[in-house]
Structure formats: C-alpha cells, structure tokens
Design a binder for this molecule. Structure first.
Ligand code: XMP
Length: 516
C-alpha cells in the first residue's frame, strides 16, 4: 500500500482519488501522526508527500520522519513536499519573492535528461506541458543526487529526481484537473514503485466494513435514510458491517415523488432486510405548511420539523451511540488556516446539521473520503440497481420547492402525476442520462383553457431540465420541439388539473435549478 503524508494541502484528497482511479490502495495520514514507529508499522511500498500551506524556511515547519528517506521505497514530493525533501536532503529552499512565486497555469519544458516518471509527457508539437502551480517558495539549490528534468519560468527546478534512490519531486500539482497530463505522472510513479493496479471497489468495500466494525464495536447506530444515493450507500454499508445494530429512519414528509416512499421502503426492507422505520409524518408537515408561501419560511419549517421528527424516532432506539451520515468529500471543507497542522472542518449536512451534538451522538461517516462518482461505484458494488444509482438529484425539502406559493395536497397530487409522466417521456426518449436533473413544478396560477366543448380554469405546469457537472452552474436542456409538444399533450390529457405547460429555458445563473 501507498502512504500519502498530508502536509495540509487543499487538494490532498485528489491525490488519493487519482490513485484509486489507478486501482492502487492508499491511505492519507496527517504528518503529525506519521512518526518513525508509524512508518515501520505501516510499511509503505511507496510514499507521497503532499503539498501544504507552510514554508519550509520557517523554523518548526512540518517534516516527514527522517526514516522515510532510508526505507528504500520510492517517494514523490509535491510542491511543499518537494521543498521539504530538498531541504531534508541537503538542498536549499528560498522564501517567496514576488518574481518567483507562481500561482495558476504554467508550462514546463523538458531538459535533455529523461526519466520514466515523465513517460508520455511533452509529446505535443510545442514540447511543453501545462501544469498547475501554487507556490511562493522555491527550490534554489538541488540536494546531492538530484537532477532537473523540467523547468518553468518561475521554477527552474519544476521537475527533479534522484533516480538511484527513486526520489521524485515536482513543484506543480499533478493531481488537479488543470494539470491535464497529471494522471500519467501518477500512473508512471505507481508503476515505478511496483504496484500492479489490482485494487478494486470490492476491496474498498471490505476495508470500509472492517473500519466501521472497529469504530462502532457492539454499539448501536442510527441513520437518516432519505432514499438518495449517499444515504442509501451509507445505510447499506453499515448494515453489511453491523447488521441489526443499525436502525434507519426514513422521514416521509409527504412531499416525495409518485410512489417514492413505498419504493424506498420496499427496496430496503425486502432487498436488504434492513431495520427501517418508515416515519410517515406527512400530515404533520403538510399541516405546518398550510398558508405558508414564503420560500425561506417553507425551508425552515421543513428543516426544523425534520430534526424534531428524526429525534423523536431516534430517541426510541435505546442505547444508540452513533449517527451515520452520508457526508461526501466535497462536503468536507478543508480549512485554509494552518494552526499547527492540516485541519478539516465539516459543513453540516442539510438535514441533520447540529443533531449529533444535541443528541450526544458520535458521527460515523464512511463516505467522507469519496467523490460522488465513487459513491455510485460503491453503490453498484453493493448491489444497488443502476436505475437507482443514476437517479437525478432530489432536494431535501422535496416537492415543496417545486410548488411555489402555498402548498396544498391537491397541488402535490397533480404535480406528482405530471412529474411522473414527464420523467417517463424523458426515459422513453433515452434522454435521462444526458440530463443532470429534470422535474416538473406546479405554478401558483390558474389559466383558462378549452377542452372538448368546455372551458377549463386549471393550474399551469413548468417543466425544467438542466445539464450541469456539479449543480453550481447549469444550462437548460435543448429538447426538440417535438418532444416538448408530445410531452405537453400527454400531461394535459392524462393529468386532471393541468391545462397549460411551459418549458423553463433559464440557465443558472441567473436562475437556480429549483424554483425556490
Ligand atoms: P439550486 O436550486 O440552488 O439547486 O440551483 C442546486 C442543486 O441543489 C439541490 N438542492 C437541494 N438539495 N436540500 C438538498 O438536499 C436542499 O434544500 C436543496 N436545495 C436545492 C437542487 O435540487 C440542485 O440539484
């Protein structure tokens, strides 16, 4: 296995991700924890020093244990990791000066020397590679044994290596997207270190299960299951690890999609035999929302009730000591402040924020190292159907924010039927996977129409579909006119209460994806 020593860079997790993509097992440990004894015990096959915000020129700045250099295993140092390696081994690092600092895109050019670490680099006609730099300090003199393999305008020692000892060090960040050929460099490094790339998501699943068992012991765990991918994968993983020590609470606020609650409950009880409480509290939520039309008041009302309800059910589970949450890596915001070590703070989850402290529960977050697509891969590994894994995102407050203005049971019923037809149309036309998110919203207005020989005065419906990579920005989906016409006709014919359909062609910004 490979050890990543974390010196506090914002992007250390991306290194782990690149390695997982190469089917190499790695673990990230903060430098404070990595002592000589730790290193002996861990017995890494290779080590990566991450970047970090400190300056090696500062007295007391973070260091790896010096035995790292005598283990005889390959080491790759990145940014701060390069500088620390150079200084430890007898080179010189100079503190930042404005003309040598580099932040952002830079280009490295090869020297006449060659190493296998940079196989596959510098192939395009202009012979340079785009890389991402983010450094104030720079290496001014190489440590003995090292040579230069690439230079950039701000970093004469952008790519360095001591081939004999298999120590490699780069000033840029090969793990980020803006170093387009960075993955090749990691692939070369792990090959040089002798990894065959045989680690799989199946192995990860087994490791996670063991970790959960070690963490939880014989204690009880509760989990808020929403039916979304993250909480479902969390629930199933915990169930595999600790079986009946886990109880999941599915809070049904009455604003889910057509047949959704029944499907979620059936899937988890029947397919996974999971301890599941179906907290059907739709009346409580809908009564509380009566007469409420302000979007923020709606959200707050739902959020508060959710916590109350979850707490009520959770309190009935005697002896629960842990709360499981499907927090993903992007939810874990790495702190920029460097108060003695790499530190992370957690962004509280939409739905259960503040609950663990309030209830005196400890958190279990098995997915906190993973990115969304990795969670999907793990879900597939756990047997979740592809149709479930690939579902569009659905917001915590549910249909409430797709029903601008006052929410009524009548409107929700109409919306559920119309939305199901819309999604059915999208699936039938094979468009579902091209779209980030699609849904119908019922507008707070009635308009006049004519059906048969009669006058109608019914609700108008808005259809929304967007493409996006992360939900932060989005573009409306360019359906054909035929598709829109056919869908509109189906909805008006099949759903009583709708006599007009609009397509929302607003991007985000300036719009948001949801209507509220
Ligand atoms: P907006 O409407 O802000 O949505 O453009 C961006 C993405 O976030 C989802 N969303 C939510 N998800 N709880 C959630 O779990 C919420 O309160 C919430 N509000 C918006 C939205 O569906 C879209 O994918």
């Amino acid at each position: 296995r490979l050890l990543i020593i974390d010196f506090g860079s914002q992007v250390t997790q991306l290194i782990a991700r690149r390695l997982r993509e190469l089917n190499v097992y790695c673990e990230i440990h903060p430098y404070q924890k990595v002592t000589d004894a730790f290193l002996t015990e861990f017995a890494p096959k290779a080590i990566i020093f991450s970047g970090g915000p400190d300056s090696v020129t500062r007295e007391g700045s973070p260091r790896p244990p010096q035995s790292a250099y005598t283990l005889g295993v390959p080491i790759l140092g990145i940014c701060y990791g390069q500088q620390v390696m150079m200084q430890d081994l007898g080179g010189v690092v100079e503190a930042g000066q404005s003309h040598t600092a580099e932040f952002g895109r830079a280009y490295v050019k090869p020297t006449e020397l060659k190493t296998d670490l940079f196989n596959g680099w510098f192939l395009d006609p202009n012979g340079r590679e785009q890389v991402w730099m983010s450094h104030g300090d720079h290496v001014a003199k190489l440590a003995p044994g090292f040579d230069v393999y690439g230079t950039s305008s701000g970093a004469p020692f952008a790519m360095t290596a001591d081939l004999e000892r298999r120590f490699y060090a780069v000033q840029f960040h090969p793990e980020v997207h803006h170093t387009p050929n960075g993955a090749t460099l990691y692939a070369n490094f792990v090959r040089l270190a002798g990894f065959t790339g045989d680690w799989t998501m199946g192995a990860y699943r087994e490791e996670m299960i063991q970790k959960i068992r070690d963490e939880v012991g014989d204690k009880k765990v509760i989990c808020a299951l929403s039916g979304g991918v993250d909480s479902s994968v969390t629930g199933i993983l915990l169930h595999e690890a600790i079986g009946d020590q886990l109880t999941c609470v599915f809070v049904d606020h009455g604003m889910l999609r057509l047949n959704e609650a029944e499907q979620v409950v059936a899937m988890f009880r029947e397919n996974y035999n999971l301890n599941l409480i179906h907290a059907d509290e739709s009346d409580l939520f809908l009564n509380a929302l009566e007469g409420v039309s302000d979007p923020e008041v709606k959200r707050k009302t739902i959020g508060k009730l959710f916590i109350d309800v979850f707490q009520k059910y959770a309190n009935e589970i005697e002896g629960a000591e842990f709360l499981a949450q499907g927090t993903l890596y992007p939810d874990v915001i790495e702190s920029v402040s460097f108060s003695g070590g790499p530190s992370v703070t957690i962004k509280s989850h939409h739905n259960v924020g503040g609950l663990p402290e309030k209830m005196g529960l400890k958190l279990v977050e098995p997915l906190r190292e993973l990115f969304k697509d990795e969670v999907r891969a793990l879900g597939t590994e756990l047997g979740l159907p592809a149709s479930f894994i690939g579902r569009h995102p659905f917001p915590g407050p549910g249909l409430a924010i797709r029903c601008p203005g006052e929410i009524t049971r009548e409107k929700l019923d109409i919306l559920r039927k119309a939305d199901a037809i819309y999604i059915d149309q999208i699936r039938k036309h094979g468009l579902y996977d091209d779209i980030w998110q699609a849904f119908a919203a019922i507008l707070p207005m009635r308009t006049v129409g004519v059906m048969g020989d009669g006058r109608t005065y019914d609700f108008a419906l808005a259809l929304r579909a967007v493409t996006s990579v992360d939900g932060m920005t989005a573009d409306y989906y360019p359906f054909t006119h035929e598709f829109l016409g056919e869908t509109s006709t189906r909805i008006i014919n099949e759903v009583q209460g709708i006599n007009r359909v609009f397509y929302d062609c607003t991007s985000k910004p300036p719009g948001t994806i949801e209507l509220e």
